[in-house]
Design a binder for this molecule. Structure first.
Ligand SMILES: Nc1nc2c(ncn2[C@@H]2O[C@H](COP(=O)(O)OP(=O)(O)OP(=O)(O)O)[C@@H](O)[C@H]2O)c(=O)[nH]1
Ligand SMILES: [Mg+2]
Length: 297
């Protein structure tokens, strides 16, 4: 899954680790270099330092052992997710939030495709990004492609009203899932956060315990900035998981470790492209292998 996506990061790591083993043990400056390598792979300062600390306290005799230990340490930092079970109630409501351009709308289309085509669920979409002119139309185009209805109101309507309308329609039409698309940018950040809080309140009236999931979409190519974004959103709203998009492009991948370790948030899915099948449940083993392993090792 990650073999091609993380190729650049992996080969960088490999070539630098290969030159590591000159003497019988790793010198202090080499540990520092390893920390740098991990930071460059987007792991973040704190995580990189803690990985190195843990490796230092392990007996390592050669490159192979270093790689195996690195693999184990990284795996231990990742939360083991399961694909969310959205079938235990009559209607599940999923709120999708995230900064402008991170991939929310595309992710929703991929989710609708995955959950309807693969899991045979009846999905309804709510176009609650009423701020950006073309946002409703963009969701409608995706809706047509995945044969999923989209609830919308005239441009400039209150997004919370769209959510209310979609909730009524979802209950009446006995849909299994309602997925709500939201704006990524308003005139002010504070406006966006209060709008999202209002949407959340309205969503809470649709079904008991709704929204059942609030997924934050982070652009995997933005590295540690994505972590800062997550912290801002988390101050305002309870987030149940993070979907990392664009891991197929120039992402260095390490941000995944930070999301699990620093934010302690699960990653139900990852986005690996712009096509409908390009949303996959996150697999920690496949990810770590993509980052550090190679079949030859
Ligand atoms: N390569 C790649 N591109 C992606 C992925 N997900 C989204 N994109 C692209 O990222 C761009 C923004 O995607 P949108 O889904 O419109 O993002 P958004 O968060 O809804 O944006 P706003 O509504 O403007 O806040 C589009 O060009 C998408 O095709 C992905 O997993 N891989
Ligand atoms: Mg959008």
């Amino acid at each position: 899954m990650f073999e091609n996506a993380l190729k650049k990061t992996r080969s960088g790591l490999r070539s630098r680790l290969a030159g590591f083993w000159s003497g019988s043990q790793i010198a202090e400056d080499q540990w520092e270099e390893l920390e740098d390598i991990l930071i460059q792979a987007d792991l973040g300062l704190a995580v990189a330092a803690s990985v190195v600390d843990r490796l230092k306290s392990t007996t390592l005799r050669d490159e192979k052992e270093l790689n195996a230990a690195l693999r184990n340490v990284l795996l231990s930092l990742l939360l083991e997710p399961a694909e969310p079970n959205l079938s235990g109630r009559p209607l599940s409501v999923i709120l999708v939030i995230g900064a402008n351009g991170t991939g929310k709308t595309t992710t929703i289309a991929k989710l609708a495709y995955r959950l309807s085509a693969l899991h045979q669920r009846r999905v309804l979409l709510a176009a609650a990004d009423t701020f950006r002119a073309a946002a409703v139309e963009q969701l409608q185009i995706w809706g047509e492609r995945v044969a999923t209805p989209v609830v919308h109101l005239p441009a400039g309507s209150d997004p919370a009203a769209v959510v209310h309308e979609a909730g009524v329609r979802a209950v009446e039409g006995q849909f299994d899932l309602l997925i709500i698309d939201t704006a990524g940018r308003l005139h002010h950040n504070a406006d966006l956060m209060s709008q999202l809080q209002k949407i959340r309140k309205v969503a809470a009236r649709i079904a008991p315990d709704a929204p059942h999931e609030t997924w934050l979409v982070l652009d995997g190519t933005t590295g540690q900035n994505a972590i800062q974004q997550a912290k801002q959103f988390r101050e305002m709203l309870q987030i149940s998981g993070v979907i990392v998009s664009k891991l197929d492009s120039s992402a260095r991948g390490g941000v995944i470790v930070s999301i699990c370790h620093d934010l302690a948030l699960p990653i139900p899915y990852i986005g690996m492209g712009e096509q409908l099948p390009d949303l996959l449940p996150f697999s920690p083993t496949a990810f770590v292998d993509g980052l550090v392993s190679d079949t030859k090792w």
